[in-house]
Design a protein around this ligand. Structure first.
Ligand SMILES: [Zn+2]
Length: 235
């Protein structure tokens, strides 16, 4: 999608200060050199700077710009496109972006900017949630590599695995107290950790079929986790 050169430049831009005072105007030349387009600001008509950088605001008039629909979650959250994500860094980036685009900061601004801030904020929330949890991150990364996991893939799963899931579901149905449910929960958590490590290895080896298989298994365990949560809610 991005050339190596563009990616390198984006990384440099990502390091720039993002506060309003620290935001530097980026010339159109720099953008065209990087092979990116240079759209105009909706408010003043001036050049907006590179769309892939942190160009949330117009460098001239400081108006909030619309979200860049071509930007993926990894780029938005300033992460390498990899299954291994530094979740502390991810959280910092999330807070940094919300400080820039949260609708609360736009209550005195134009309706257009209010609308853009809503859209930005929703996108930032989606990106953060997607990249934070290993299952959704893996499914998303797989999708970027052109591999989708359809719902209801029972027939593709091995019999042994399906038996294991059935067994856990039965145990959960029979669990009468919190201790029994906690025990099942810790078994499932250990399974998820094991699978997360396998997914990580599969992505490192560009083995997307293996990653797909492991993520599908994680989805089954995730359903069990949801059931445990529901059952633990006191009636
Ligand atoms: Zn402007």
């Amino acid at each position: 999608m991005w050339s190596g050169r563009t990616r390198a430049l984006l990384r440099v831009w990502g390091l720039w200060p993002t506060g309003v005072l620290g935001r530097r105007p980026i010339s159109c030349n720099a953008a065209s050199l990087a092979g990116s387009n240079c759209p105009q600001c909706w408010n003043c008509g001036g050049p907006r700077g590179p769309i892939g950088g942190d160009g949330f605001f117009c460098p001239q008039c400081r108006a909030l710009q619309p979200p860049d629909s071509t930007r993926d979650h990894f780029s938005l959250m300033d992460c390498n496109r990899s299954f291994r994500v530094d979740t502390v860094k991810l959280q910092h980036r999330y807070q940094q972006l919300q400080r820039l685009v949260h609708p609360d900061f736009f209550s005195q601004r134009s309706q257009i900017e209010k609308d853009f801030s809503e859209k930005h904020s929703t996108l930032v929330n989606d990106a953060y949630k997607t990249l934070l949890a290993p299952l959704t991150r893996g499914v998303y990364l797989l999708k970027l590599h052109g591999v989708e996991i359809p719902q209801g893939t029972d027939c593709e799963m091995d019999r042994e695995f399906l038996m294991e899931i059935m067994d856990i579901n039965e145990k959960l149905a029979e669990a009468q107290n919190e201790a029994a449910m906690k025990e099942i929960e810790s078994i499932v958590r250990a399974k998820q950790k094991e699978l997360t490590d396998s997914v990580s290895r599969a992505f490192e080896q560009d083995d997307f079929e293996k990653a797909k298989e492991m993520l599908t298994k994680m989805r089954y365990f995730s359903n069990v986790e949801e059931k445990i949560k529901l059952k633990m809610i006191p009636l």
